[in-house]
Design a protein around this ligand. Structure first.
Ligand code: HEM
Length: 264
């Protein structure tokens, strides 16, 4: 039997060009051949399981975006030279002093970030498994699947980003895998990493994936938190592009400037 099925479960669709300046938000739609099989009824209701999980994804995502904006701005200290950058790195550890001991605020930030990453991952995996359970019989053929590039890469992108963060901390925070080693200053570690072409390439690919992930995530989060309706779709999509674009370009400025010798 041939049917057109909107993929409602985890419907993170994408924008599709319709005609003359018109964009329409579409859920992925597949034309599929199905075998008749009983389908489990997904839970519904305002506070159903999946709504809570999507809210967890949205809130943890927003926390991480706020951190990314602050981190991206902080990295731009590299353009002010070694002393400024090293001083900035030292300042991060002293936030809140003398009211609280050194690194207290930094550890609170780290804790909030770890909780957000774990919650984001848990909700993503559990929503994905829930969506699979709701369709126990796999599609036999997929003739057409309308999905934005970002929504297709969002899961793999998320996984690669998790690996990136592990590498990144070993590289620039701990210096364990950094070409300049762990005894070098933060600025020297930064320069050593981005004078290395394979490392810079890994960062560039990761930042592009981050941009795609953010673009998709910001739109999905506003949907989940009830901020979108037909009229608001377009401005929300513009905001998603602008925020993800600024963060991606802002992060890319430092490594590319070092790689091209504008900072040394
Ligand atoms: C090209 C882009 C980036 C550059 C140049 C960069 C640079 C740095 C530097 C220099 C540090 C060490 C700071 C210090 O110890 O004083 C650092 C730490 C860190 N970065 Fe990035 N970063 C980038 C992208 C990202 C992204 C995209 C994420 C998250 C997805 C991220 C998450 C972190 C985290 C969690 C730390 C550890 C902070 C701590 O606990 O001390 N960074 N980054």
């Amino acid at each position: 039997m041939l049917v057109r099925v909107p993929l409602h479960e985890l419907c993170h669709g994408g924008f599709t060009w319709v005609s003359r300046g018109q964009w329409a938000y579409r859920c992925p739609v597949a034309t599929v051949t199905t075998q008749q099989a009983p389908r489990k009824t997904p839970k519904t209701g305002k506070f159903s399981n999946s709504v809570i999980k999507k809210a967890v994804m949205a809130v943890s995502g927003i926390i991480m975006i706020l951190y990314l904006i602050a981190h991206m701005i902080g990295n731009l200290h590299a353009f002010q030279g070694a002393d400024d950058f090293n001083e900035y790195s030292h300042w991060i550890r002293r936030i809140g002093e003398p009211a609280v001991p050194e690194e207290t605020v930094l550890w609170i930030i780290r804790l909030v970030l770890v909780v957000s990453v774990v919650a984001h991952f848990w909700a993503a995996i559990s929503l994905w498994r829930q969506a699979r359970r709701a369709r126990p019989v796999p599609y036999v053929t997929k003739k057409r699947v309308q999905q934005s590039f970002a929504s297709r890469t969002v899961r793999w992108g998320g996984l690669i980003l998790a690996l990136f963060i592990i590498w990144h901390i070993l590289d620039l925070t701990l210096g364990a895998v950094n070409p300049a080693g762990s005894d070098a200053t933060p600025y020297d570690r930064l320069i050593a990493s981005f004078q290395n072409i394979p490392i810079t390439a890994f960062y560039v690919v990761s930042m592009i994936l981050l941009g795609l992930h953010l673009r998709h995530g910001i739109f999905a989060a506003t949907q989940t938190l009830g901020q979108t309706n037909k009229r608001r779709e377009r401005p929300v999509n513009v905001i998603a592009y602008v925020v993800s674009g600024v963060i991606t370009v802002g992060f890319l400025l430092t490594p590319l400037s070092i790689a091209f010798g504008l900072i040394d």
